[in-house]
Write a protein that binds this ligand. Structure first.
Ligand code: NDP
Ligand code: 8X3
Length: 251
C-alpha cells in the first residue's frame, strides 16, 4: 500500500524537490502552496502516483482546517506531514526592520506550522502512526546580523518539535526537525523582495546546498524503520562555517 505525504510549500525549492523525490519513491502526495499555476504544472509532471493539490495560505487557520477536512478519500490518511512552507523577509537590523515583515514571518513560519500540525495530528495519534518533519534552519540555533525575527521563528520550530515529541510519547507518532544552512532556492529572491542581484550575491562564489540535498535528507528521515526517530539534523554546505564572536572596539 502506498504511503501519503502532505508537503506544504511545494511550489518551489525544498518542497518541490521533496514532491519530486517522494513521487519517484512511489508515495502519493498532497501538495499545497499559494501559487495555483505552479501546483498545476508540478502535478502534470508527477504522473506515476496520485497527487492532490490545494491552493492554501498556511497563515489562514480556517483555510488550513478546511483543506484537511476536505481531503479526498484517496488522500485522507496522511502518513507524513512535511511542514516546509516558510520564508524570510528582509535582513535589516532589528532597530530598522519592517514590523510587517516580522508579522508575516511569525504568521507563516510559526502559526502556519502550528495550524498544519494541529489539523493533522489527531488522525495520526488515532492511527498510532505518523510523522511530522519540520523545516527549521541553522538560523534557529545560530544568530547572525539581520537574522532577528526569522531566526526567532526557527528557534520556535526547534523547541516546538522537541515539545511535540514529549506530548506524543507513547503514541507512535514521530517528529523531526531539519536545520539547513545556505541553500539555493527562491528563498533569497523572496527575502530581498524580488531583487535578483541581491539574491544572487548570497550564493556568489559558493557551492550551496540544493533543494535536492534537502529532499534526500527528508526522505532518509521518513524512511527509517518506524521505531527510529531522528530528532534533529543540522546541515550546512562545506563552504559554510561559523563566524568568530564580533568584538566592538573603541576608536
Ligand atoms: P522557497 O522560497 O523556494 O520556497 C518556499 C515555499 O513556501 C514556496 O513553495 C511558497 O509557496 C511556500 N510558502 C510561503 N509562504 C506560504 C504561505 N503563506 N502559505 C503556503 N505556502 C507558503 O524557499 P525554500 O525552499 O528554500 O524554503 C523552504 C523552507 O526551508 C522555509 O521554511 C525556509 O525558511 C527553510 N529554509 C531555507 C533555507 C535556504 O537557505 N533556502 C535554509 C534553511 C531553512 P507559495 O509562494 O506558492 O505560497
Ligand atoms: C535560511 C538560512 O542562513 O539564510 O534559513 O538564515 S539563513
Amino acid at each position: 500500500m502506498r504511503k501519503t505525504a502532505f508537503i506544504t510549500g511545494a511550489t518551489s525549492g525544498f518542497g518541490r524537490a521533496c514532491a519530486e523525490l517522494f513521487a519517484g519513491k512511489g508515495w502519493n502526495l498532497v501538495l499545497c502552496g499559494r501559487r495555483a499555476e505552479r501546483l498545476r504544472e508540478l502535478q502534470e509532471t508527477l504522473t506515476d502516483v496520485e497527487v492532490h493539490t490545494v491552493v492554501c495560505d498556511v497563515r489562514d487557520r480556517v483555510q488550513v482546517q478546511a483543506m484537511v477536512d476536505e481531503l479526498p478519500g484517496s488522500h485522507a490518511v496522511i502518513d507524513l506531514l512535511v511542514n516546509n512552507a516558510g520564508l524570510a523577509l528582509g535582513m535589516k537590523p532589528a532597530q530598522e526592520a519592517d514590523l510587517e515583515d516580522w508579522e508575516i514571518m511569525v504568521d507563516t513560519n510559526i502559526k502556519g506550522l502550528m495550524y498544519m500540525t494541529r489539523a493533522l495530528l489527531p488522525a495520526m495519534v488515532a492511527r498510532g502512526q505518523g510523522h511530522v518533519i519540520n523545516m527549521g534552519s541553522v538560523a534557529g540555533s545560530w544568530p547572525y546580523p539581520g537574522g532577528n525575527a526569522y531566526g526567532g521563528t526557527k528557534a520556535f520550530v526547534e523547541q516546538f518539535s522537541n515539545n511535540l515529541r514529549a506530548d506524543l510519547h507513547g503514541t507512535g507518532v514521530r517528529v523531526s526537525n531539519i536545520e539547513p544552512g545556505l541553500a539555493e532556492s527562491e528563498f533569497s529572491v523572496v527575502r530581498f523582495q524580488g531583487d535578483r542581484k541581491k539574491a544572487d550575491a548570497v550564493y556568489e562564489g559558493t557551492e550551496p546546498l540544493t533543494p535536492k540535498d534537502i529532499a534526500e535528507i527528508v526522505y532518509w528521515i521518513a524512511d527509517r524503520p518506524s521505531h527510529v526517530n531522528i530528532n534533529r539534523v543540522e546541515v550546512m554546505p562545506v563552504c559554510q562555517t561559523w563566524s568568530p564572536f564580533a568584538i566592538h572596539r573603541k576608536e
